[in-house]
Design a protein around this ligand. Structure first.
Ligand code: ZN
Length: 167
């Protein structure tokens, strides 16, 4: 229902919360990435980009959904926060890799929106940096089913390990 909606994107909230619970139980760190754009961001159509205006810093559109149960100790990773640079990957222009390395983390579990853009690029980014990457197949959603399937195939081919809650 936002400015740049992913159809049925809200359906991943429930499974995402179940994954979050498992990490909280085991006291494992959670990192939440989000777009955090300036009003004049290069990715916006009015500035020659592909997308309607979305996720503008300090507006409702940049908030995580209130139903998503992120614990207070969650690391918030803002990306695409400079006007001239867009970032689909959570690793691009952020401290995510440093924060993971500092904690000796070797395996990462990725879910979110949209499968065919930010999830895809974050997963590929993680694989390129040498992490073992688990793709949470029941906690992702793509812009279209076809491009979602293509993205999933690409991630698995590159070495991501697809899992669901029952795994
Ligand atoms: Zn964006």
């Amino acid at each position: 229902g936002g400015a740049l909606p992913v159809p049925e994107g809200d359906k991943i909230i429930e499974p995402a919360n179940k994954y979050i619970e498992k990490f909280v139980e085991k006291e494992l760190p959670i990192f939440a990435t989000r777009d955090w754009h300036t009003e004049n961001h290069i990715s916006f159509k009015k500035n020659g980009g592909l997308w309607p205006e979305h996720c503008i810093q300090n507006t409702e559109g940049a908030q995580f959904p209130s139903e998503l149960k992120l614990p207070p100790e969650t690391f918030i990773i803002n990306k695409g926060d400079r006007p001239e640079i867009d970032a689909y990957s959570g690793f691009q222009g952020t401290l995510l890799n440093d924060l993971l390395k500092e904690r000796g983390i070797k395996r990462i579990f990725i879910g979110g929106l949209a499968t065919d853009y930010c999830v895809l690029h974050t997963v590929l980014g993680g694989l390129n940096l040498g992490y073992t990457v688990f793709l949470l197949l029941d906690a992702i959603k793509g812009i279209t089913p076809q491009s979602e399937q293509n993205a999933i195939q690409k991630m698995l081919k590159k070495g991501a390990i697809g899992i669901t809650l029952k795994d």
